[in-house]
Design a protein around this ligand. Structure first.
Ligand code: IVH
Length: 676
């Protein structure tokens, strides 16, 4: 602490008070995720502190100004850990856990059930934080477990790392606190996007991004990365303060340290398995990646008795979840034709099991992405498959190249109809503009019959292929000409399946205008725009030969969509098809139409975003909002009025808090609706 003699007492007091207050608000914001003052108010206090520190040269060791401004290093100094930082043994099945429990009971010579803690395993970089007399003295990486690297200046820039321990509980003179530095998935994705734009190498996953960000010689780079801390253990401690892991976690929490999102204390391995299942269920809703759960014997005395193997404790084990990522080889890169003629590249992969599912294909999004990521045929690549998301390629492993890999060029001819392709500059797309292209025709029919459109069960990819290749349908309007006798001539159909399809086609004839418009597959007109059209135009015929200005009066529809709708309904051939469909017996009703003059729209002008799972299906809530005149968006921005929050909310909640957007639950939403 640099002390200058003649500082007025009240200035000293003000500085001390400012440091205390700022540290508290930092904790509210970065650890509890629940700020009580605005960013502006925080900045004002911070500025005042900087000014006073400068004028009086009185800087407290835990001042928030000390988090930043350290000069770059030439290299990291080595740090020897007072107690080695070991790793964990892995369990890949519940049987492994039962065996772990049996061994512990045997070693302790115990028959009663053991008490365990269960925590998510954070996938990041292990760190040790040394506090002496409450002040953060050193932060070091794990290294080889015995010697790590001094990354103190970098770690200080992470706002959830306390510079000073503040708690009403007893504070040991010396304590090594251990935890994981990690990055949120969305921040990792954003970081990679930025790096891609700057042509910098990408990080394979949030763990590598966190590790790369901590091991930076220049702290200003670490400061810019959005890193988090989760503390789950201790190394050396000067006094014996804790009897068990539960007590330690509570102490850490009270001392303002972030701790794992879930810490369960359970007796017996069967309860532990239930806890693991609960964590696994929540896995995809966590904003960070977890690759498993860590199970520890709760009692520290028992931990001591059990001791260590060479590299791992006997009192803890990591239960591994199935991976989201894997490494495999690209056998070939091909293009597929969508219903609007866009050619999308995809990779044929050497089959690999990821998360229990065999993956042999992966989308490559668009041709520019292949070039940007420099993905080649024959490359080994990291493939990701998370939840229901279609598998995609993260990056090639360039180190494994053998010079036999082949760059692929953008195709010049349609892979299906062989006609010359057009480059759609505005959309970075390559398009087949041959209206007779069989791939496009079939995709259009599949879309027409799909669940969100005309909902004709039994008319998916396989049957459309079959009917098309036998010349029974060449356009979606041909669906209504199909006869049972025609179907029975085909190899796949029998009496019952043929009748089912005919019935499904028949019942699709009673169609809602919104669904019918969506089914037409007008470029850029998705479910939402179709619904808006149905709300604003009473009959299909009101759209015939429409003028663009009229569509543009619908607030939520922009230039591009209006143009596309206008092009479609001003084309005589399209009008002919619509009339033909009506002649085939299609009856269109429009319950969505709202006569804007006399309909009560309590949510008019309000914009909503939804996160988490709610009491009613999300689709229904969206419909309720739209019915009430409100607007639903899929991501948070300043234009949003309310975030409706359900159980297990996602990262949208964090973003809404940052932007001070009101959050409400479903019940509050209903009140809003009623009281307006
Ligand atoms: S306890 C003796 N708890 O996993 C080691 N580790 O594979 C005790 N990790 O090195 C570690 N979350 O970096 C523990 N809740 C948690 C954890 C956790 C992540 C990391 C840690 C450790 C590695 C072992």
């Amino acid at each position: 602490m640099k002390v200058q003699k003649d500082i007025p007492e009240e200035i000293k007091k003000e500085i001390e008070q400012l440091v205390k207050e700022l540290n508290y608000h930092c904790y509210r914001y970065y650890v509890l995720d629940s700020p009580v003052i605005s960013d502006q108010q925080y900045d004002d206090l911070y500025r005042r502190l900087v000014e006073l520190e400068k004028t009086y040269n009185y800087i407290l060791p835990d001042s928030p100004t000390q988090r930043v401004g350290a000069p770059p290093l030439d290299k990291f100094e080595k740090v020897t850990h007072a107690e080695p930082m070991l790793s964990l043994d892995n369990a890949f099945s519940y049987n492994d856990l039962i065996e772990f429990d049996r061994r512990i009971k045997r070693l302790l010579n115990k028959n009663d059930e053991i008490e365990y803690t269960v925590e998510p395993k954070y996938d990041g970089l292990a760190i040790e934080l040394t506090y002496i007399d409450s002040i953060l003295h050193k932060a070091s990486t794990r290294g080889d477990g015995y010697t790590g690297e001094d990354v103190t200046q970098n770690i200080k820039t992470i706002k959830s790392v306390p510079i000073k321990i503040e708690t009403s509980n007893k504070i040991p003179k010396y304590i090594d606190i251990r935890g994981e530095i990690y990055m949120h998935i969305k921040d990792f994705q954003e970081l990679n996007k930025e790096r891609e734009a700057k042509n910098e190498p990408l990080f394979a996953n949030p763990r590598n991004a966190a590790a790369g960000s901590v091991r930076q010689l220049d702290p200003t780079i670490t400061q810019k990365r959005k890193l988090h801390l989760s503390c789950y253990g201790i190394g050396k401690i000067s006094e014996e303060l804790f009897k068990n892991q539960g007590e330690l976690i509570n102490w850490l929490k009270n001392a303002r340290f972030p701790v794992p999102a879930i810490v369960k204390i359970s007796k017996g391995i069967n309860t532990v398995i239930k806890d693991i299942e609960e964590i696994q269920k929540k896995r995809d809703s966590f904003p960070f990646e977890t690759d498993g759960a860590v199970i520890k014997v709760n009692d520290f005395e028992l931990q001591r008795l059990l001791g260590y193997k060479t590299r791992e404790p006997r009192w803890a084990i990591a239960f591994k979840f199935q991976a989201h990522q894997g490494t495999t080889k690209i056998l070939e890169i091909k293009g597929s034709v969508g219903r609007t003629g866009v050619i999308t590249p995809y990779a044929i992969l050497e089959p690999i099991k990821i998360g229990g599912v065999t993956v042999s294909r992966s989308t490559l999004h668009n041709w520019d992405e292949i070039e940007r990521k420099d993905i080649r045929e024959g490359d080994y690549v990291i493939v990701e498959r998370a939840g229901d998301v279609i598998p995609h390629i993260i990056m090639p492993i360039k180190e494994r190249r053998t010079n036999t890999e082949k760059k692929v060029n953008k195709p010049e001819k349609c892979p299906v109809c062989n006609s010359k392709l057009m480059i759609d500059e505005e959309e970075v797309a390559i398009r087949c503009i041959n209206l007779d292209c069989p791939a496009q025709i079939q995709e259009k029919i599949i879309h027409f019959a799909s669940r969100g459109a005309m909902n004709i069960e039994g008319l998916g990819e396989k049957n459309v292929n079959l009917l098309y290749s036998h010349g029974l349908i060449k356009h979606f309007s041909d669906i209504y000409k199909l006869k049972k006798e025609d179907l029975l001539k085909l190899p796949r159909f029998k009496e019952k399946s043929a009748q089912n399809l005919i019935n499904a086609i028949e019942s699709s004839k009673e169609a809602r205008l919104s669904k019918f418009l969506f089914a037409l597959g007008i470029p850029h007109v998705g479910e939402y725009a179709s619904r808006l059209l149905a709300e604003n135009f009473q009959k299909l015929e009101d759209l015939y030969y429409i003028k663009k200005d009229k569509i543009l009066t619908i607030r939520q529809i922009g230039e591009k969509i209006s143009q596309s709708i206008c092009d479609f309904f001003n084309n005589v051939d399209n009008i002919d098809v619509l009339e033909l469909l009506k002649n085939e017996g299609i009856k269109i009703t429009n319950p969505d139409f709202k006569d804007t003059l006399d309909t009560h729209k309590p949510l008019k002008g309000l914009t909503f975003v939804i996160t988490g799972s709610l009491e009613i299906p999300r689709k229904e809530l969206q419909e309720e909002i739209i019915k009430g005149g409100g607007n639903v968006l899929s991501s948070i921005s300043r234009n949003v009025d309310y975030l409706i929050v359900g159980q297990d909310p996602g990262s949208k909640l964090d973003k809404a808090k940052q932007l001070n957007i009101k959050t409400i639950n479903y019940r509050e939403f209903l009140n809003l609706y009623k009281n307006k």
